[in-house]
Design a protein around this ligand. Sequence first.
Ligand code: ADP
Length: 521
Amino acid sequence: MALTTQDFELLLQANCILSSKLDSTGLLEAVMELATRVVKAETASILLLDEKTNELYFNVALGEAGEQIKQIRLKVGEGLAGWVAQNKQASIVNDVRNDPRWSGKADEKSEFKTRQILAVPLLTKGKLIGVVEAINKVDDTPFSDQDRRAFEAFASQAAIAIENARLFTEVKNEKEKIAAVFSQMSDGALLVDEAGNIQLMNVAAGHFFGVTPEDAIGQMNVRHLTKDFMMIPSLETVYENKGSNCPVELRRKEGKAFYMDGVVNRLSGAKDEIAGYLVVLHDVTEMRKEEMLKRNFLSLISHKLKTPLVTISGYAPLLLEDSSRLTEFQKKALTTIKNQGMHLSSLVDKLLNFSLVESETLSLDPKEVTVRALIEETVSNMKPYLDGHGAQMELDASLDAVSPVRVDVERMREVFRNLVENAVKFNSKSEKKVRLTASPQDKFVCVSVEDNGPGIPSEEHPKIFQKFYQIEESFTGQVEGAGLGLALVKRIVEAHCGAVSVDSAAGRGCIFHVTLPVSLR
Ligand code: ADP
């Protein structure tokens, strides 16, 4: 017999109820209740499949014995429900006591007396998720084939609803996990769309910028959020960056010092278009303060040491000038004082250079100067050193042919002093040649320092400008130095909006190019 109109109506009603429920417990209770109505049974039960153990268990059981029934577990294949699960086939048993498959476990745990069972598998896309059973017909008539068909139709709806609820719970749990990690991170995290509108923000990021995530999400742009901060590199540069991530630094412009370090990760969409950015920020204020303290301390003690040293280095040679009145011992002692004073002076200079390389801001006092004057003065100050090392200096006529530059003369002399000193000190040839030339380059002037020393292999070129970097001793026959000279050169030249580069190969000598903006007056 086919399903009746009444059956269809009930099934339709069941469908509406099932599709409105997403929480598992509420849904399973509704399934049990509807199951009894569909086939007019006294009660119903649902056994779900535990895939890990291949067992069926009662997830929801009603009544006083519910908790005990919940502890029952049936192996797939065991009992009537186990048989239905194993065969993925419905079964009608109108006299359970005469069916060897019936285990009676649930009856033992409860006062209930099972007489008849209609059990059907719960299947979604052919996959078994459990078994639903209708127990005892209300009017004591036997379960019929029509009941089975109606119950199967109901079970297929119930299975879909149960599976959907399971998937929903799974997604919800995952989402909650991610949300918990995101919100409890001590680092600030922001998700912004390609136009910089804030899509997600965690509590830490809210604290960093002094807003609540609720006020920022969907309402603020990252440009507005960071308005009180100086961002390095700028937001424009970050947007233009083609790489997948870009390190950034943020400093509060005014008020209490606050520093953040972070990374902007570019998120790509399906066709490599920008889907947005994930920004992760870390509070580095304490670290920066410590660094600053170290730098200030270094620069302070170096400056304090400088004054007594000037006195020592000044008086010792003066006393030695009139050495006729001195005993041999006094002469020896004064010479040692002079030499050690000079040594100490150069150490203090190195310390000062170090704090200069490290300093965040480099104050400049720019003045217009001709390239020839700048170079000649540098070289003449170095005369004792150059003569002492037998260096042959050549100041090319091109130094006169370029426009004057606008630079901090003191600091720029330091640049050329370092380059000329390197040109001499790394050259072990008896004929040490150093040539200085200049050439115009649009709005810049390029001053070059060329030597006939050992040269620098190309793989070392990017590294030599890093602080404390020195090429292996064996290569240059290393001479005393701290590996700070070129770092300082780079720092000073770049502070003038210029650039420094090297042109060299092993065995071919070096040419260091310093490009400086011309004076625009
Ligand atoms: P330092 O002179 O204190 O060693 P620098 O920063 O001035 O440090 O130079 C870094 C390294 O680059 C040097 O140790 C040396 O190996 C190499 N270098 C620099 N200038 C020259 C040069 N003109 N010829 C050969 N090697 C050089």
